[in-house]
Design a protein around this ligand. Sequence first.
Ligand SMILES: [Zn+2]
Length: 63
Amino acid sequence: MTEKKKFVRIKCSDCENEQITFRHVSSKVECMVCGAPLAEPTGGYSEFNGEIVEELGVSEEGE
Ligand SMILES: [Zn+2]
């Protein structure tokens, strides 16, 4: 049984704001508070610029 982690809680390295975003982002995600880049898409995986505080899974099996 595979557990899917679809979201991450990421902490901004500039202002320490925590915000939840997709693990695989399709476009650049910026901090809602200070505007620093938090995540950006890179060839199928996301590059995170802040600290990942928590990974959030989903229980439903969609596929
Ligand atoms: Zn910030």
